[in-house]
Design a protein around this ligand. Structure first.
Ligand SMILES: C[C@](O)(CO)[C@H](O)COP(=O)(O)OP(=O)(O)OC[C@H]1O[C@@H](n2ccc(N)nc2=O)[C@H](O)[C@@H]1O
Ligand SMILES: Nc1ncnc2c1ncn2[C@@H]1O[C@H](COP(=O)(O)OP(=O)(O)OP(=O)(O)O)[C@@H](O)[C@H]1O
Length: 293
């Protein structure tokens, strides 16, 4: 096989996100339920024969050499060389980006995870998920989750995952129009870092999970970026609205598409908003399975 086109890199929502401690290296210990949704960037891959790794389109705000996709593919190529003793054939990547940066939707990590899955296949590296996770983790704390590919209770800094049943619902997501730099949230002096650890056994039924717990990063993000707080207050009229990740996006679960459409019609025009359906499994898993048949 020489190419893989239309590869999805779906967004995630953090249904809750608790900061339960801090490691000696400054990284924060988190507890969170991550769920995939069906809004996605799209990547296209074509094999080259000169060993080069190239992004072939412009992505505003992300120079090719800084793109997590390009960087993670270099790490995969290096791991391949170490394992098999020969260089990879190279690859062209096109990235069609719709997920906002600094949105808390994990867009960059998801792009990188999709690239790892696609190139592992095209280059016939033969790495398993655990090895791909190890290659990806240093570049993005959310990359292991996207490789795992199912609703998960995530602990540590993003490397420890257990499956959980997530809600089967629609989400309305508001982009408050600001890009939140994750480090600014984690270094804030008013961030609380001592939420009591929870256990899966404490969780409510799946359909109530998006209203369980809280996002500990939300108060800091809303203080630094008032538009985040405004969006939460507005969306809160329709249900348990909260921020995802380190922000800026805000979401609320609705039981069906019609209810989501109803909310979307009311969203003030100054905010970009959209609906998305919860996913059970990463769509790349099926795509790769089919392409192996
Ligand atoms: C908070 C989450 O949005 C939850 O999904 C993510 O874990 C953040 O992932 P991200 O935006 O990809 O962030 P990374 O690039 O991994 O980390 C950016 C910076 O945030 C801080 N950081 C990140 C994750 C973490 N568990 N503790 C931290 O303290 C570190 O200073 C790190 O240098
Ligand atoms: N392919 C990529 N897509 C998006 N951002 C990228 C990419 N490669 C590198 N970046 C850099 O990563 C930063 C964070 O982008 P990303 O979209 O992952 O943020 P996020 O949605 O806030 O993530 P998280 O939920 O993990 O906090 C961007 O500001 C950008 O500089």
């Amino acid at each position: 096989m020489k190419s893989l086109h239309h590869c999805p890199a779906p967004a995630k929502l953090n249904l809750f996100l608790h900061v339960v401690g801090r490691r000696a290296d400054g990284y924060h210990l988190l507890q969170s339920v991550f769920q995939l949704i069906d809004r996605a960037d799209t990547l296209h891959f074509d094999l080259r024969d000169d060993g080069r790794i190239q992004r072939v389109n412009d992505v505003p705000g992300v120079p090719a050499e800084q793109d997590l996709v390009v960087r993670v593919l270099h790490r995969l190529a290096e791991a391949h060389r170490t394992r098999h003793g020969r260089a990879v054939p190279g690859i062209d990547v096109r990235l069609d980006k719709i997920l906002p940066m600094g949105g808390g939707l994990g867009g960059g990590s998801s792009d990188a995870a999709t690239a790892l899955m696609a190139a592992n296949h095209l280059w016939q590296c033969g790495f398993g998920d655990a090895e791909l996770m190890e290659i990806g983790l240093p570049l993005g704390a959310d990359i292991p989750f996207f490789l795992y590919g199912e609703t998960a209770f995530v602990e540590g800094i993003g490397e420890a995952m257990q499956p959980v049943a997530g809600p089967d619902c629609w989400y309305v997501v508001i982009e408050p129009g600001v890009s939140v730099p994750t480090p600014a949230i984690f270094t804030a002096s008013d961030l609380t870092r001592d939420t009591k650890p929870v256990r899966i056994a404490d969780f409510p039924e799946a359909h109530k999970l998006s209203a369980y717990g809280k996002n500990d990063l939300q108060a800091v993000a809303a203080r630094l970026f008032p538009a985040v707080g405004e969006a939460i207050d507005w969306l809160g009229r329709y249900g348990a609205a909260r921020m995802t990740g380190s922000g800026a996006c805000v979401f609320c679960a609705l039981p069906g598409e019609a209810e989501a459409d109803q909310v979307l019609r009311q969203v003030p025009g100054s905010w970009k908003s959209w609906k998305a359906k919860s996913l059970v499994r990463h769509p790349m898993k099926k795509l790769l399975q089919n392409s192996m048949l």
